[in-house]
Design a protein around this ligand. Structure first.
Ligand code: NAD
Ligand code: DAU
Length: 356
């Protein structure tokens, strides 16, 4: 272990209504050794759904607070910092979808770069009481690999999409605030997450829902691109471990040790669904697979060397890809209400009633 536990009592979580932020807040309140208060700051973009946390909000009224705010709005952030005497930050909020960044990069620059800068400036202003600023980032900052090798923390940054370039910029800012101002920061660069509450624009939930609806399963290019997959709960335990014990100024790569070709992932989704929900027409859902035009600048392969977090912080993923994928698909089958509300955008009406 590198460092003693950090005393964090009033934790600001940004982007807590998104996929990973939701899972992280649920983990901290329900299972982790954390007994402080969480203030969840989320703008509620198309990807943010506060209904994900309705049950924990009711269960932990003293320990969980939601504030709808944009991390690009410095004044709003300052009010929240003052009101709740924030002493630590876990920064998830981002525009996160590569395809959207190709079509409309503006919001990625604003939220991922300017928003992170605002948070850092605020952290600097409140430096005396700040215990930690943890920045959640991605393996995509390292670019694309050939057939061999893996990204280490020392791999040079070579981002290829507007999304990954904006995340790379934010990583550099976080690191610079540590070097220049001595801000207590930690960073994590993680591979592809999957699991409950993921918005159905990402590969796995998109394929599950399309397959259930008997719709085509669009695989980009030749389907041979490789991603390393990590069950979201394992990402949450890694982030919390780093926040508690990671060395200030240090970056940690986080991965699942589960490299898979996209086509294999989609075939596995089809096979598990065929088993759990036998198709009415008797035909394998694999027949829905359709190869479509490739994503521009599509990174060929990601792989993560997570030796540092394994050896220094004694963390490793618990879920295998096969078991995690089955759990995930079962969750989507069991939570059809969530799927229907997200697909129809009904939770937006609920947001209006609750917060406006
Ligand atoms: P997501 O898109 O599901 O959620 C993002 C959340 O941020 C949403 O709730 C959204 O409303 C909120 N948000 C967006 N802009 C905001 C703004 N300006 N102010 C306040 N809130 C705002 O994303 P995710 O998949 O949960 O990713 C979370 C973080 O983890 C991101 O920083 C992403 O780069 C990183 N990451 C994701 C993965 C992955 O596989 N999903 C892997 C590695 C790293
Ligand atoms: O590696 C970490 C990154 O993983 C995170 O930083 C991003 O926030 C997250 O969105 C994810 O990025 P990807 O681009 O890898 O994820 P996505 O689910 O969009 O795509 C996974 C792979 O599947 C990728 O090679 C593109 C391919 N794909 C995706 C979609 C949506 C398809 O073939 N068809 C599709 O319809």
């Amino acid at each position: 272990m590198e460092k003693a536990l950090r005393p964090m009592h009033r934790l600001l979580v940004t982007g807590g209504c998104g996929f990973i932020g939701t899972n992280f807040i649920r983990y901290l309140l329900q299972d982790a050794d954390f007994d402080g208060q969480i203030v969840n700051v989320d703008k509620l973009t198309y990807a943010g759904n506060p209904e994900n946390l309705t049950d924990v909000a009711a269960q932990y009224p003293q320990r969980y607070v939601f504030e709808q705010a944009d991390i690009c709005d410095s004044e709003a952030l300052k009010r929240i910092f003052d009101r709740y005497s924030i002493d630590s930050i876990c920064h998830f909020a981002a525009e996160s979808h590569v395809d959207r960044s190709i079509v409309a990069p503006d919001a990625f620059i604003q939220t991922n770069i300017v928003g992170t800068f605002n948070l850092l400036e605020l952290a600097r202003a409140y430096r005396t009481r700040l215990v930690l600023f943890h920045h959640v980032s991605t393996d995509e900052v390292f670019g694309s690999l050939g057939d061999h090798g893996a990204f280490s923390e020392d791999t040079a940054y070579r981002p290829n999409s507007p999304y990954s370039a904006s995340k790379a910029a934010s990583d550099h800012l976080v690191r610079a605030y540590h070097k220049t101002y001595g801000l207590p920061v930690t960073l994590s660069n993680c591979s592809n997450n999957y699991g409950p509450y993921q918005f159905p624009e990402k590969l796995i939930p998109l394929m599950v829902l399309n397959a259930l609806a008997d719709q085509p399963l669009p695989v980009y290019g030749d389907g041979q691109n490789v991603r390393d997959w990590l069950y979201v709960r394992d990402h949450c335990t890694a982030v919390w471990r780093i926040m508690q014990r990671g060395r200030a100024g240090q970056t940690y790569n986080v991965g699942g040790g589960s490299e898979m070709r996209n086509i294999t992932v989609v075939e596995m989704v089809c096979d598990i669904l065929d088993e759990l929900v036998p198709p009415q027409n008797g035909r394998s859902r694999r027949e829905l697979i359709t190869f479509v035009t490739d994503r521009p600048g599509h990174d060929r392969r990601y792989a993560i060397d997570f030796t540092r977090i394994r050896e220094k912080l004694n963390w490793q993923p618990e879920e295998s890809f096969a078991s995690g994928l089955r759990k995930t698909i079962t969750w989507y089958l069991d939570q059809r209400w969530w799927v229907e509300r997200v697909k129809s955008g009904q939770y937006r009406e609920w947001i209006k009633q609750q917060y406006h």
